[in-house]
Design a protein around this ligand. Structure first.
Ligand code: TYD
Ligand code: MG
Length: 457
């Protein structure tokens, strides 16, 4: 009999070692290494010899008669369908991650009800709530009449048996992957081994039957899906549902998508009767603008194919600490340090003895470098105490040399600004040509260097 060796798995990143350690060498997390029995997943097949096994190969091209487009299940919730790339793909597995309480279950029960009302067979498996609780929630959301099949199960074998017993569904929602356990793995539910084995079984089910499977995963505060991080590599798409818990707005963002774009976002608002879709997010993220407060600049950004205007707020104040504070919400802290360094080195704007606070309105998280110019404008405005013109938008990427680099789709950004009543803006000089003749032409000025912007504020 083969000797069973001890096996230790990091619960954060899933890396496996042969001895325990206080800190994981792979991801650097402390106290995440736990002994897990091996022989669980995949032990069976490994004992089978290669003889007698065969696979099949297919040509890449010439699959005449096959659908060119992946067959999709369209939910009818525009914001959700945009992020998935046009609906859930049949036979695919999607992971939806997010903080506990952010609204994942609410979003999925609403989508499930929508699909069921459109004649799709949907099974909602809850490992966290009893059937009665899910029903109560659906009632509160006004969805009690939707013919969604509910199940409260945590055993993967039971779930698969239940699914296979009835007619094949179009969509299965598993809420959440952390609550599942499978007999093929011996560790406790919620451990990496269990989560991986459970996800593997469900993904296999999706591929074999053509059912779209949605897995819900809870995220820890550092932004990683705890445990189920290992699932990210196995599924076809990973969507994050994010937002400031205190704020009403929720953003669904694709971070991986084999069947669609990864730069689209869906915007929702949490109301007393569930999540409602926000078709014009610019109006929400602009905040209450009076045009008199220094430190606020409107950034004309792009989120995927959609232009999105959002207010960037900066507060600069003399520091009382030896090392000044830099606090950023909704943007990259390293990017802020870079803009501060360029302001210092090329524009004579010194903030080394000032605390700097930067906030993106509405709890949105911006990733575009095009926000650099708006951030710089907000910082300089706060430092000088002079409010920026109320009806101006800003965008442009700042390079380390202090020059302003052009950004993509400036015409779309300016068109959105015009639609929302803005009458001017400061943009990269190289983008000015595209603005000419288009929206706001004449009222927009181009800058070549960050110092030009500073001179105007
Ligand atoms: P939930 O979907 O249970 O979050 P998750 O599944 O991500 O853990 O959302 C729970 C939160 O949403 C809870 O704090 C209450 C709030 N909520 C509303 O504000 N309105 C509603 O109609 C519902 C159903 C929930
Ligand atoms: Mg939930």
């Amino acid at each position: 009999m083969a000797k069973r060796s001890a096996r230790f798995t990091c619960q954060n990143c899933g890396s496996v070692t042969t001895r325990w350690a206080g800190r994981c060498d792979a991801c650097g997390e402390w106290n995440t290494i736990v002994e897990e029995s091996d022989g669980g997943v995949g032990a069976g097949p490994r004992t089978i010899g290669l003889a007698g096994r065969k696979g099949r190969v297919f040509p890449l091209v010439g699959l005449a008669g096959e659908a060119r487009e992946a067959p999709r299940i369209v939910s009818g919730m525009t914001e959700l369908d945009r992020v998935t790339g046009g609906g859930f793909v049949r036979g695919s597995a999607v992971l939806i991650g997010g903080d506990p309480g952010i609204g994942k279950s609410t979003l999925l029960i609403q989508a499930a009800a929508r699909l069921a009302l459109n004649g799709q067979r949907v099974v909602y498996v809850s490992g966290e709530e009893a059937v009665g609780q899910v029903r109560l929630r659906a009632e509160r959301l006004g969805l009690a009449g939707a013919p969604v099949s509910l199940a409260a199960e945590t055993s993967v074998e039971d779930i698969l048996a239940t699914l296979q017993a009835g007619p094949t569904p179009g969509l299965v929602v598993i809420d959440s992957i952390q609550t599942l356990w499978t007999e093929t793995a011996e560790s406790a539910p919620g451990t990496v081994t269990q989560v991986r084995a459970s996800a593997q079984a469900l993904i296999r089910y999706a591929k074999a039957t053509g059912v779209a499977v949605v897995l819900v995963g809870h995220v820890t505060k550092d932004g990683q899906i705890a445990g189920p991080r290992v699932v990210e590599h196995m599924v076809d798409a990973v969507l994050y549902f994010e937002g400031d818990g205190a704020d009403r707005f929720r953003v669904l963002r694709a971070v991986k998508n084999r069947f669609g774009p990864t730069d689209e976002i869906g915007v929702f608002e949490m109301t007393g009767s569930g999540l409602s879709e926000v078709a014009n997010p610019s109006e929400l993220f602009l905040g209450e603008r009076d045009g008199k407060s220094p430190g606020a600049a409107v950034f004309a950004g792009m989120e995927g194919s959609r232009p999105l205007l959002v207010e960037i707020q900066a507060l600069v104040a003399p520091t009382s600490l030896g090392t000044p504070r830099r606090a950023v919400v909704g943007w990259d802290g390293n990017r802020l340090s870079m803009v501060l360094a360029v302001l210092d080195a090329h524009c004579g704007v010194r903030l080394a003895s000032h605390d700097v606070y930067l906030n993106v309105a509405g709890g949105l998280r911006i990733q575009e470098p095009a926000a650099d110019l708006a951030v710089a404008a907000a910082l300089v405005s706060s430092l000088s105490g002079v409010a920026l013109p109320r009806n101006s938008v800003y965008f442009g990427e700042v390079s380390l040399s202090g020059s302003i680099r052009p950004v993509a789709r400036s015409d779309q950004r300016l068109k959105e600004a015009e639609r929302l009543g803005f009458t001017g803006g400061i943009v990269p000089l190289a983008n000015l040509g595209e603005a000419a003749g288009g929206a706001l032409s004449g009222a927009v000025s181009g800058v070549e260097a960050l110092a030009d912007l500073v001179a105007r504020v």
